[in-house]
Design a protein around this ligand. Structure first.
Ligand SMILES: [Zn+2]
Length: 171
């Protein structure tokens, strides 16, 4: 629907399962927009679980309810801040840890930043650092590679600060 020519994360997940024999692939999507294309591509796929937080209601107006049981939508009302973001993700990350994924793919969009001109959420780089740290911990405990694909982020200064904070937190 206009933001993505090739859905790299969904393609990677399907390739991992179908060509490489990976049995459990987790996809995490914290872009401010719901990962509608990813959800369509992986819905009902036994080896893949998809977790997406997104502003709702907001373009592309999908994700509620999820298309299948392996997809979890975490809608956030406009104006939601880092506290709301962390509180929806914390239990989900615990679920992910229990599932013990063999590969974690992240649709790492930073357009939920408070200064982003498209989204209306109120995250800061500290919240993206928190997410980076949580994901690194799940990956570490599960012994899974953690791969992040850069997605949204339309205030370039906020994007720079957020990507740096997110990556540094994983070290
Ligand atoms: Zn986006």
């Amino acid at each position: 629907m206009g933001f993505c020519l090739i859905n790299h994360v969904a393609v990677a997940a399907l390739h991992a399962v179908e060509a490489l024999g990976v049995e459990r692939v987790a996809i995490v999507d914290f872009d401010v927009h719901h990962g509608n294309g990813t959800e369509v591509m992986v819905a009902g796929h036994a080896g893949i679980r998809f977790w997406s937080s997104f502003q709702h209601p907001f373009y592309p107006y999908s994700g509620v309810p999820p298309l299948a049981e392996n997809c979890v939508g975490l809608p956030l009302a406009a104006g939601s801040d880092g506290e709301a973001f962390r509180s929806v993700w914390a239990p989900v990350l615990a679920d992910m840890m229990r599932w013990s994924p063999q590969l974690i793919l992240v649709s790492a969009g930073f357009d939920a930043h408070v200064r982003d001109p498209l989204g209306s959420l109120a995250l800061t780089q500290e919240d993206f650092a928190w997410m980076g740290m949580q994901l690194a911990e799940v990956a570490d405990r599960a012994g899974a590679p953690l791969v992040s694909a850069l997605e949204g982020g339309y205030d370039l200064d906020a994007l720079c600060e957020s990507v740096e904070a997110y990556l540094r937190a994983q070290l």
